[in-house]
Design a protein around this ligand. Structure first.
Ligand SMILES: [Fe+2]
Ligand SMILES: [Fe+2]
Length: 254
């Protein structure tokens, strides 16, 4: 049994940041100057993050209860949930203050943005994740499979692909959006340890080869859920990362 979740708790504590402290003034001035293609791509990627982070922040609570036999693992899930809630608040702040998306609360703004992403992306976060979170709440034995979907596929593939694509897009714009870049980099830094934590759980569990193969297949398929919002090269890159990560946690059919 591999232990050592305490390292992630310390890391989480040392990486705290405040989403309200990021200055979005220049971003709010730049956004209306984007041309139509840039506008659609930036808002589409942000829409995916609003949907994704809101959903992961909500459903991580079931994982926490399932980890109750391991106090340190439960503590790390709590720290991660705090990060995910911050990420959801950050992207909501961006779409509200920079993009002017209407709505009196986060839920209404997510509703307003849903049409900007593919049904496949919505299904992953709003159907598959809630279903597996419910199965964990019912039977704690399902925790490993749930971590496989959440940490390895949704965070390790889908969100990672979107994060890199957004950073690349923002850096290539004719106008600068430094506040969104800064926040995105901080989110990415958090996501790195979240994925490391999930990998450690998978590594410690007795995952059989066909489950690993399923993770590989699902991850490869999920990488395409962003549709046209992400370039084919970037999708291939995260698929490769996903394969390497699975290999490092003990996949045996290479
Ligand atoms: Fe997140
Ligand atoms: Fe995360």
């Amino acid at each position: 049994m591999i232990t050592g979740y305490g390292h992630f708790a310390q890391l989480a504590e040392s990486l705290q940041w405040d989403e309200t402290a990021i200055d979005l003034t220049a971003d709010a001035e730049a956004f209306p100057q984007l041309d139509q293609d840039e506008y659609d791509q930036v808002l589409g990627l942000l829409a995916g993050f609003c949907i994704g982070e809101t959903s992961v922040a909500t459903h991580l609570t079931s994982f926490n209860a399932a980890a109750s036999s391991d106090d340190m693992m439960a503590e790390v899930f709590t720290a991660q949930a705090r990060d995910e809630a911050r990420h959801a608040r950050f992207f909501d702040r961006v779409v509200r203050e920079v993009c002017g998306v209407p709505g009196t609360n986060m839920t209404e703004r997510v509703d307003a943005l849903r049409d900007r992403v593919s049904p496949d992306l919505v299904e992953l976060f709003e159907e598959r994740l809630p279903a597996i979170a419910a199965s964990v709440a019912e039977d704690h034995e399902n925790l490993t499979a749930a971590v496989g979907l959440y940490h390895m596929i949704l965070e390790g593939v889908v969100l990672t692909a979107g994060q890199h694509a957004l950073l690349q897009t923002l850096k290539g714009l004719s106008v600068k959006m430094p506040g969104v870049v800064k926040g995105m980099e901080l989110v990415l830094r958090d996501e790195r340890w979240h994925i490391g934590f999930g990998s450690r759980i998978i590594q410690s569990a007795d995952v059989v080869d066909d489950q690993m193969e399923e993770l590989l297949t699902q991850g490869t398929k999920a990488a395409s859920a962003w549709g046209d919002l992400i370039a084919q090269d970037d999708i291939a890159h995260v698929e490769h990362l996903h394969q390497r990560r699975l290999k490092s946690v003990g996949i045996k059919f290479w």
